[in-house]
Design a protein. Sequence first.
Length: 374
Amino acid sequence: MRGLEACRSDVQNTERNGRALILKIAFRVDANSEIGTGHVMRCLTLAKGIQNMLDASDILHSITFVNSQESTLLQERYGPCNLNHEVVKQIDSNVEHVDADLWIVDHYQLDETFEQKLSLTGAKVMVIDDLANRPHYCDLLLDVNFSDRVNRYETLVPPKCKMLLGPEYALLRQEFYEQPTVDFIKRDPVRVLVCFGGSDPANMTSLTLDSIASIKDVQLQVDIVIGSGHQTKRVVIEKVNQITQITEHNIRLHIDSDQIAKLMQKASLMVGAGGSMHWERCISMLPALVVCVAENQVETTRCLSKENVCRYLGFWDQVSVTDLARALVFLLQSPSTLQAMSECAGSIVPRHCGTPCVTKHVLSLLKPLPLQQA
């Protein structure tokens, strides 16, 4: 891809003249207790990939995350990642005060109207989506969903738009690519990982804990993962302590864990939501019981369930404590079934693609830019 090579050459030329090129990239993304943290987390992953690639090429850059004022969950992560942060009043507020050569938009409530305004500034535009329910005006579109439909965006993007479609482009953190492949038969056969994302708006973590408490047939090793922004964090903490006291289950609670990849490598089964965690589970070869907590998770979850990657239990308001407990016991007492699911999961997300591949496509959009004084 010529974009990064052209940028590197231009930087070298400008350094001879005593000036330096600064590439400016901006993300428009939100996170709050209602929409969750998944959009920001995958954008942070992509931002890190861009930083790494530009740093390796000695290209100066500046990356800014733009949130609306009611959706700044996870903003504390921007500073430690060397990211700038801007807040706008409303979701569709004008962002022309943010200077950017490339905009990356990951937002279900923004479409071609917003994106075209960005393009008119001369910036390139990338869109991250998984709904395929509205038109976009962009140069690059990413949708990692696993779908029965070949190309859902054919009539929704301009002819010039390059599309990256499918799980091979999943934006996973580096630790998922670095983790060694663990033979499934060497994993703890009764170790369960529970995670419904950072905010868990449906509070499925509590329901899962109630299901675990009701299980008497199997003594479980359980890792519960929640974010510090979980709406009922105190309830979860109390339930973990209570269940540990009244049952033989060994339950460990992790808050804002940075060890998700390792926890997935140790578990034999996960209970969680759809969304981006599908791809983390797949590259970790981890079978799952999935409860969808948002409508946009349903189609991909159903497709993956047909492929024997996971078991779809239903939408969050349709799943009972008993339903989940029965499914847990059934799978944990069927190691051959779990191993078959693990092998199917491992075939979905290849280790040689993902974030590094997407990063190269993103940077290929950038051509030599007007020079700025260092």
